[in-house]
Design a binder for this molecule. Structure first.
Ligand code: FMN
Length: 448
C-alpha cells in the first residue's frame, strides 16, 4: 500500500479517505483552508489549482492510525517498530534511470518553479509561496553517507529558494562546505511514500542515512537513483525532484512563516538554494503539508516518541509508552506511562525526558493503566493523583524552543508532573471504580 506516493493515494481512495476536489481553487489560502478543514479526517486531492496542469495533494497521513497503517502495524507497536528500524538501517538499492519514474522528465534550462508547480501560500502573514514537504537530501563528502530532513523552502526567485536550516545535521554539513568556500549540493524530493516521509524525521546520531531507515521500515531496500547535476541519490518513485546547491556565504531574507506552534517564525537572512535541475514523473502530483496541521505535528511527534522512549528506558526500564500530544504541538508536551517499581522513578523519568530534547517543556508521568493517548484520562490523572507540594518539578532558565513565544529567545522554565500513585498507598484509596461486565456488554442486544 505504502510503496510509493501513488500506491498510497490509490489505497486512500479505495478506503474512502481521499477527498477529490474538482472545483477550481486558488493557490493563495483557499487550498490550505480546504485541506485544513479536512485535517485529521481526509486527505485532499486538488485537481484544478488555478490554471496549473499539476494537481496538489495534502494530508496523506493525519492520524496516528494512518501512520501505523502505512507502517503495517498498530498504534502501540508503531514506536517499537520505528526504534528497531532506527537501530538497524537497510542500505538503499541504486537503480538505473530507466527504472526510475522520477527521471521521466528532465529539465535543466529556463527553470521557473512557480510556472512549473502549484506551490501554495498557506497562512495570512507568510512571506510567499512555500514548499513545505520536500525531503531535503545532502551527502557527507567524507563518509558518502546521505542525510535527509525537511526544511521549509520559500520560493525567492524563478530558480532560487530560501531555506530555514536549524543547527542539526544538514546545517553541520553545510557549515563544513561553507568554511571550505564550497556550496553544498542538495536534492529536494517531493511526493514520496508515507513511510519514507516519516523516516526523514528520525532522530539519529550524525552519519545515519534516513533513507536506510525507510528501507528497514519497509522491509526492503528503498530504490534510489543518482541525480543529474548533483552527486545525490533520491527516491526513484518520487513525484518531483529539485536538484541544487546551498550557496556559500550567501544569506537573503526569508519568512515570516506560519510554523508548527501555530505562530509565525520571524523574517531574517537565511541560506539560499540555487536550483540546477528539475526531474519529475509523467503527470506529476505536487504535495504540500499545511503547517501546524496534524500531518506536520505527527511527522515530528512519532519519531520523537521513539527517541524519547529509548532515553527514558535507560533510566526507567519499566517505561510502557510515551506520547507527544498534539495539544502540545507534538513537541512540547510528553506524557509517559511507567510501571513504577521503586518510589521516585517517575521523577527520574521526568529528568530523562528533559534530557532527551530541549523542545520538551512539560512532562506528565502516569501509571501504566492510564491510557496516555486519551487526554481526558491524562487530565483525570493530573486532577486526582497529583499534589503540587510533592509531585511537581520546576526548573528555570533552561533551553527550550525558540519558536515558543513565551520563552525568552528559547530560554524558559520546565515543569514535570508526577501523577503516579504512591507505592505504599492504601489499596482502596486509588482503586478505579468499575462496573463488572461493562466491557462485555453489546449494546445492540439491548437497544434496537
Ligand atoms: N527543520 C528545520 O531546520 N527547518 C525547517 O524549516 C523545518 N521544517 C519542517 C517541516 C516539516 C513539515 C517537518 C515534518 C519538519 C521540519 N523540520 C524543519 C524538522 C526537521 O526536518 C527534522 O528535525 C529533521 O529530523 C532534522 O534532520 P537532521 O538532524 O538529520 O538534519
Amino acid at each position: 500500500k505504502a510503496k510509493t506516493f501513488r500506491t498510497w493515494l490509490e489505497h486512500l481512495q479505495s478506503v474512502g479517505r481521499l477527498a477529490v476536489i474538482d472545483k477550481k481553487v486558488s493557490l493563495e489560502f483557499e487550498l490550505a483552508a480546504i485541506a485544513k478543514k479536512l485535517d485529521g479526517k481526509k486527505s485532499t486531492y486538488f485537481t484544478q489549482v488555478e490554471d496549473y496542469a499539476v494537481p496538489v495533494v495534502s494530508g496523506i497521513c493525519s492520524t496516528r492510525v494512518d501512520f501505523a497503517e502505512a507502517l503495517e502495524t498498530d498504534q502501540y507497536e508503531m514506536i517499537p517498530k520505528f526504534i528497531k528500524a532506527v537501530t538497524s538501517p537497510l542500505p538503499c538499492r541504486l537503480v538505473e534511470d530507466e527504472e526510475a519514474p522520477v527521471k521521466e522528465n528532465i529539465i535543466k534550462d529556463n527553470i521557473d518553479l512557480m510556472k512549473m508547480f502549484p506551490i501554495p501560500v498557506h497562512h495570512e502573514k507568510d512571506s510567499g509561496n512555500y514548499i513545505t514537504a520536500g525531503l531535503f537530501i545532502v551527502r557527507d563528502p567524507v563518509t558518502r553517507k546521505q542525510n535527509v530532513s525537511i526544511h521549509r523552502l520559500q520560493v525567492s526567485g524563478k530558480d532560487k529558494l530560501g531555506a530555514l536550516i536549524l543547527p542539526r545535521h544538514t546545517f553541520h554539513l553545510y557549515k563544513q562546505a561553507e568554511e571550505a568556500g564550497r556550496p553544498l549540493e542538495c536534492a529536494i524530493a517531493i511526493g514520496v511514500d508515507p513511510v519514507t516521509l516519516l523516516a526523514s524525521q528520525a532522530s539519529t546520531p550524525f552519519g545515519v542515512d534516513e533513507l536506510e531507515i525507510a528501507g528497514a521500515l519497509r522491509n526492503e531496500p528503498l530504490e534510489v537513483v543518482r541525480c543529474e547535476t548533483v552527486d545525490i541519490d533520491v527516491p526513484a518513485y518520487a513525484e518531483i525532484v529539485l536538484e541544487g546547491k546551498i550557496l556559500p556565504h550567501v544569506r537573503e531574507p526569508e519568512g515570516p512563516f506560519g510554523e508548527f506552534p501555530k505562530y509565525y517564525g520571524p523574517r531574517s537572512d537565511k541560506e539560499v538554494v540555487q536550483i540546477t535541475a528539475v526531474t519529475h514523473r509523467n503527470n506529476p502530483i505536487f504535495y504540500t503539508i499545511v503547517p501546524a496541521g496534524y500531518e506536520h505535528l505527527l511527522l515530528g511527534g512519532i519519531p520523537r516518541e521513539a527517541s524519547l522512549f529509548q532515553t527514558i528506558r535507560q533510566t526507567v526500564p519499566t517505561v510502557k509508552a510515551v506520547h507527544m500530544s498534539p495539544g502540545g504541538t507534538c513537541r512540547y508536551h510528553a506524557i509517559v506511562s511507567i510501571k513504577k517499581r521503586n518510589e521516585g522513578e517517575a521523577k527520574n523519568a521526568i529528568f530523562a525526558a528533559f534530557a532527551n530534547s530541549f523542545d520538551i517543556k512539560h512532562v506528565v508521568v502516569v501509571d501504566e493503566e492510564v491510557d496516555i493517548f486519551n487526554m481526558e484520562e491524562v487530565e483525570w490523572a493530573i486532577a486526582t493523583r497529583f499534589q503540587a507540594e510533592k509531585d511537581l518539578i520546576v526548573v528555570h532558565g533552561a533551553q527550550g524552543s525558540k519558536l515558543d513565544p513565551s520563552t525568552n529567545n528559547g530560554v524558559g522554565s520546565k515543569m514535570g508532573f508526577d501523577c503516579t500513585v504512591p507505592l505504599n498507598s492504601e489499596p482502596m484509596k486509588y482503586l478505579r471504580i468499575q462496573i463488572p461486565g461493562y466491557d462485555q456488554i453489546n449494546l445492540e442486544e439491548y437497544i434496537n
